[in-house]
Design a binder for this molecule. Structure first.
Ligand SMILES: C[S@@+](CC[C@H](N)C(=O)[O-])C[C@H]1O[C@@H](n2cnc3c(N)ncnc32)[C@H](O)[C@@H]1O
Length: 228
């Protein structure tokens, strides 16, 4: 009965679906990706600005992605990985194996966009059997450099994947909050080198850039084979 005392208090539904367009003509996108987000839950249920930058980069570099094997780390709502799948990459989306809700949402967004991706729980610095079979040509990571206590685990996983797949590259977008020094330090420590560093905003079309803030950088990182 309406208004009865036994009714549960109304809980606002925090789930929304956002739509992200890709194409060189903003008036006529080539395709859209829909993402289910949940504002009240974890980091991995929200489309972070770094992910919008990385997804745009994947679109702009689509020829390179088409037919490539791609692994996205800390994928969360998976926008860059889904764009890679849309342009013809063979994509494995991964996130923290303990974040069941995030992993479930990853499957939901694949279904929603009718994209077939492999979805895998993969915690940085943890060597489950599944990681050994991954040989990506391109590793993606949007906003995965945000908690410095997890940097070494993340870089350990990145280094493993780069070694397991010779010639591969890690492409990451991140908020440059304290200069590039920490990333540089970690690259030296883990025997990696940066081969490309871009200002995230420089590659964004104006309609997308206007919705973003902060100092977002995009780096391409490979093994430094010159190191002993
Ligand atoms: C700031 S969110 C970024 C999510 C998504 N890439 C984006 O940019 O919208 C960080 C992501 O890293 C994941 N993550 C955090 N710690 C992790 C760990 N130790 N192993 C694997 N994933 C982790 C979180 O679950 C979350 O999805």
């Amino acid at each position: 009965m309406a208004g009865s005392d036994s009714e549960e208090p109304a809980i606002p539904n925090m789930t929304t679906t956002s739509r992200h367009n890709f194409g060189d003509d903003t008036a006529e996108p080539v395709f859209s990706i829909s993402i289910i987000e949940n504002m009240k839950e974890e980091y991995g249920l929200f489309v972070w600005p770094c992910s919008i930058v990385l997804a745009e980069y994947v679109w702009q570099q689509r020829l390179r992605f088409s037919g490539s094997s791609v692994v996205e780390l800390g994928a969360g709502t998976c926008l860059p990985g889904l764009v890679a799948a849309k342009v013809g990459a063979d994509v494995t989306l991964t996130d923290d194996a303990n974040s069941t809700e995030v992993i479930n949402n990853m499957r939901r967004v694949c279904d929603l966009n009718k994209l077939k991706c492999n979805v895998l729980g993969m915690t940085w610095g943890v060597w489950d059997a599944s990681i050994f079979s991954l040989q990506p040509k391109i590793i993606l990571g949007a906003d995965v450099l945000y908690d410095s206590s997890a940097f070494d685990d993340l870089f350990a996983t990145v280094k493993f994947l780069l070694q397991n797949s010779p010639g591969s590259v890690f492409i990451t977008s991140y908020h440059n909050r304290s200069g590039h020094h920490l990333i540089e330090f970690l690259m030296v420590k883990w025997g990696l080198k940066c081969i490309k560093l871009l200002d995230g905003f420089s590659l964004m079309p104006s309609d997308k850039a206007s919705g973003l803030s902060g100092n977002i950088q995009l780096a391409e990182i490979v093994l430094n084979n010159l190191q002993p």
